[in-house]
Design a protein around this ligand. Structure first.
Ligand SMILES: CC(=O)SCCNC(=O)CCNC(=O)[C@H](O)C(C)(C)COP(=O)(O)OP(=O)(O)OC[C@H]1O[C@@H](n2cnc3c(N)ncnc32)[C@H](O)[C@@H]1OP(=O)(O)O
Ligand SMILES: O=C([O-])CC(=O)C(=O)O
Length: 377
């Protein structure tokens, strides 16, 4: 006798899986707060380091707390000679997301507190991850190009350090500000797929390096963080605003996805897009190349008019990073460098009030049957 099919929430659409005090997405007003502060307000008034502190501690830091936090992060930026050696041996063709996923897993094996899942140890490990992830991303990127790594400079801010590690120099203030804004916007977004992955791993009692390794694997997918790279591949394939309408019509004819559009939660606009677009426009001005923003404008207008689908954060972030000079395969690793803050906040929250995450599946395979002898199969 077949059982009645229970209600299945495919993709867990609309399911509340837990409570959280970290951030709030309000799709009805296209808004987002971190610990109660509007993300736009944080972008205009805070540095990425202040936002990282906020996510991990629940309140913005005062001057002394910020100085202490920045010093703790700056002191942990070096990666070990063993990790440098491993990175040098990565295949040059490896995707940087696979490189940083492997590097974080390696950092877990080296971490002196690897097996300690107490909150105090997890917080110390989170700082080490925040500090070392840019060093590993940049070392792998440069090794794949046959370049030596650049040593982290503890006198640099988080953003300055990232540019210096990748390019060996720090850009002008407008570029640094746009980069910092992108990190703040990418830092946290409730129970998205990668954060939920990190919480699920944490729910088994596993350590933060395991949770973040899994989070990075989930973020790489083109339906999630990988979309910021896909957006730029799409824009370069289109070539310019003149070709954008026709290119999009062909996508519609093939019922193909258009990268950087749509969102599971926001259906009438992603809270972060106006701010990121403003800073991507500034990058276009700084570089003196409006082609990508013009192409984006044509695509967004036609998507809205014909499909009623809005862009998500990856849509303006892609061209912003391109205009800052980053190679396309570095875009999702930059997302990792930012989202480690949100992931770690969720790891800490999950562990503090944990219950193993284990949903049910409704079986629709063959009825129970005996194993036939080999000569009857
Ligand atoms: C930081 C981030 O992770 S933001 C997300 C980044 N991802 C992307 O940009 C990839 C492209 N977008 C998508 O694949 C999807 O919009 C997702 C995965 C983000 C959300 O998926 P869902 O919530 O399952 O989509 P949703 O149910 O709202 O889709 C509704 C309809 O719009 C269509 N749609 C949604 N997004 C797109 C898109 N980007 N291009 C074309 N059609 C789309 C769906 O195919 C669906 O059509 P249907 O009703 O004819 O089947
Ligand atoms: O919330 C989501 O599903 C995806 C997203 O925008 C993010 O992780 O920033």
């Amino acid at each position: 006798m077949s059982e009645a099919t229970p209600e299945i929430k495919k993709g867990l659409v609309g399911v509340y899986a837990d409570v959280s005090t970290i951030s709030k997405v309000m799709p009805e007003t296209n808004s987002l707060t971190y610990r109660g502060y509007a993300v736009q307000d944080l972008c205009e008034n805070c540095s990425f380091e202040e936002v990282a502190y906020l996510l991990w501690n629940g309140e913005l830091p005062n001057r002394g707390q910020l100085a202490e936090f920045k010093a703790a992060e700056a002191a942990e930026r070096e990666i070990s000679p063993a990790l440098h050696r491993v990175i040098k041996d990565f295949p040059a063709s490896a995707h940087p997301m696979d490189a940083i996923r492997t590097a974080v897993s390696f950092m877990g094996m080296e971490d002196p507190e690897s097996a300690d899942v107490s909150e105090a140890a997890t917080r110390r490990k989170a700082i080490r991850l925040l500090a070392k992830i840019p060093t590993a991303i940049a070392a792998a990127h440069r090794a794949a190009k046959g370049l030596p790594p650049v040593a982290p400079d503890p006198s640099h801010s988080f953003g300055e350090n990232f540019f210096n590690l990748v390019f060996g120099k720090v850009p002008q203030p407008e570029v640094l500000k746009a980069f910092d804004v992108s990190l703040i916007l990418y830092a946290e977004h409730t129970f998205n797929a990668s954060t939920y992955t990190a919480r699920l791993v944490t729910s088994t009692g596993a350590d933060i390096h395991g949770a973040i390794t899994a989070g990075i694997a989930a973020l790489k997918g083109p339906l999630h963080g990988g979309a910021n790279e896909a957006v730029m591949h799409m824009l370069t394939e289109i070539g310019g605003p003149e070709q954008a309408e026709e290119w999009l019509s062909t996508r519609f004819d093939h019922k193909a996805l258009v990268m950087g559009f749509g969102h599971r939660v926001y259906k009438s606009g992603d809270s972060r897009v106006p701010t990121m677009t403003k800073y991507a426009e500034k990058m276009a001005e700084v570089v003196g190349d409006r082609r990508w923003m013009e192409t984006s404008r044509v695509l967004a207008a036609k998507m809205l008019k014909e499909k009623n689908i809005h862009p998500n954060l990856d849509f303006p972030a892609g061209p912003a990073y391109y205009l800052m000079g980053f190679d396309i395969p570095l875009f999702t690793p930059i997302f990792v460098a930012a989202r480690i803050t949100g992931w770690a906040a969720h790891v800490i929250e999950q562990a503090a009030d944990n219950r193993l995450i284990r949903p049910l599946s409704h079986y629709t395979g063959p009825e129970q049957r005996p194993v036939p002898p080999m000569d009857q199969r």
